[in-house]
Design a protein around this ligand. Structure first.
Ligand code: S3P
Length: 442
């Protein structure tokens, strides 16, 4: 394969080849954001090993810098030191805070800032982020007394925040979203009285785990662990964090290794937090050849290595709203996988995909449609008639990192070569993706 990049990051992707070798995926994006944010509001110096060096966490880091937090990238970024300013130490910035393409940055920082009394903040982002719904965070924060405004009656950024004294509340969230839950818990740290978040399904729990490690008083109750209570009081204490590899980045190799004949890939250091491993359940449904080994726990998060060997036949699968929060970011690559399963796969309960960096249901149906995939789009999902093969096409990532990487895997399996416009969007979460792909390709 030859990958030729030009100024508009148009890449040529030759079809064929197999993927063989080992790959270490970059640090988990969700954990990277949280380690910077929680380190910033702790007392003392937090050390982070393995922070994801990608555009999204860099947006978080720059916003924190603008509010007076010193963050040092040492040893080529392998070690990051965050000099915490304490729960009330964030300064009013001189300019708007730019969250770039990152929903996690904007939503979590919003939760962090609403309780910073006497200070004014404006949050903005790129075109995609400024068109993603923010009322889902602003509304529950207002139930705690927050003062947040934005375009379209508060739903879209730029958002303005006037920090105020918050009060605790019991808040049921309508969607299972770790970003909403985390924003509420961050606001709760400086509220008067305790706050409980009740989720309709368990979203990823990195915030709960990490806030505990920083010394917050957080309790998880309810039969299914969906009531999360935070009692304000203790100061956060700086700690040491080791960021595991991102299972959402590993997902591209797990699927590529399963569908591309002759492939044999070992993916090292994958975070295996049970709120994130839905993709492994689906690979089992598909009867893919995966072997999990070297399981261990690092800094409060389960981690392991996975070997994937290509399968001759893969079974179709069905996803519903029950499993969705555990694999929400993996739907684009699972759509590609479904094209190579022997039969019809169903993706349901996935309407959240329509409000990600792009409308991922529409974009995947449109781009894979160019490769002549047989896909029907529904309001909350996709039906994919697999086993029919794909043909090379001129595709476009539409500036969505997960779409870029998913389409890259699809084009290796297509009959005939492809091109991809805006392929550089992969760097939002996986800057070395194209280099790793070239290295594994035999
Ligand atoms: C994230 C939560 C998920 C996920 C996003 C990262 C997080 O979003 O899609 O990539 O770090 O909390 P939602 O909270 O909107 O489900």
């Amino acid at each position: 394969m030859s990958l030729i990049e030009n100024t508009v990051s148009l890449r040529e992707i030759k079809s064929g080849g197999k993927l063989v070798g080992s790959v270490k995926v970059p640090g988990d994006k969700s954990i990277s954001h949280r380690s910077l944010l929680f380190g910033a509001i702790a007392e003392g110096e937090t050390t982070i090993e393995g922070l994801l060096p990608a555009e999204d966490p860099i947006s978080t880091s720059k916003c924190l810098n603008a509010m007076g937090v010193k963050i040092e990238f040492l040893n080529d970024g392998k070690i990051v030191k965050v000099h915490g300013v304490g729960l009330d130490g964030l300064k009013e910035p001189n300019d708007v805070l730019n969250c770039g393409n990152s929903g996690t940055t904007m939503r979590l920082i919003l939760g962090l800032l609403v309780g910073k009394q006497g200070r004014h903040f404006v949050l903005t982002g790129d075109e995609s982020l400024n068109n993603r719904p923010m009322k889902r965070v602003g509304h529950p924060l207002k139930m705690m007394g927050a003062k947040v405004n934005g375009r379209s009656n508060g739903d879209f950024a730029p958002l303005s925040v006037i920090g105020s004294q918050l009060h605790g509340a019991v808040i049921g969230t309508p969607v299972a979203s770790a970003q909403i839950k985390s924003a509420i818990l961050l606001a709760a740290l400086t509220a008067e009285g305790s706050t409980t978040v009740i989720e309709p399904a368990n979203s990823r729990d990195h915030t709960e785990r990490m806030l505990k490690a920083f010394g917050a008083n957080i309790e998880i109750t309810g039969e299914l662990g969906r009531h999360i209570t935070l009692r304000p009081g203790p100061k956060l204490r700086a700690t040491q964090i080791v960021v595991p590899g991102d299972i959402s980045s590993a997902a591209f190799w797990l699927i590529a290794g399963s569908i591309i004949p002759g492939s044999d890939i070992t993916i090292e250091n994958i975070g295996l937090n049970p709120t994130r491993t839905g993709i492994l359940d689906v690979l089992k449904q598909m009867e893919a050849n995966i072997e999990l080994f070297n399981k261990r726990e690092i800094a409060g998060e389960p981690v392991g290595d996975i070997r994937v060997v290509s399968s001759k036949q893969l079974k179709p699968f069905c996803l519903d709203n029950e499993i969705m929060p555990r694999l929400v970011d993996e739907v684009p690559i699972l759509t590609v996988a479904a094209c190579f399963c022997n039969g019809t796969s169903q993706i349901k309960g996935a309407s959240e995909l329509r409000v990600k960096e792009t409308d991922r249901l529409a974009v995947m149906a449109r781009q894979l449609g160019k490769m002549r995939a047989d896909i029907e789009e529904h309001s909350d999902g996709l039906t994919i008639y697999g086993g029919k093969g794909l043909v090379g096409a001129d595709m476009d990532s539409e500036s969505d990192h997960r779409v870029a990487m998913s389409l890259a895997v699809a084009s290796l399996m297509a009959k005939g070569d492809s091109t991809m416009a805006r392929s550089n969007s992969a760097s939002v979460s996986y800057p070395e993706f194209w280099t790793d792909l070239e290295r594994l390709l035999k």
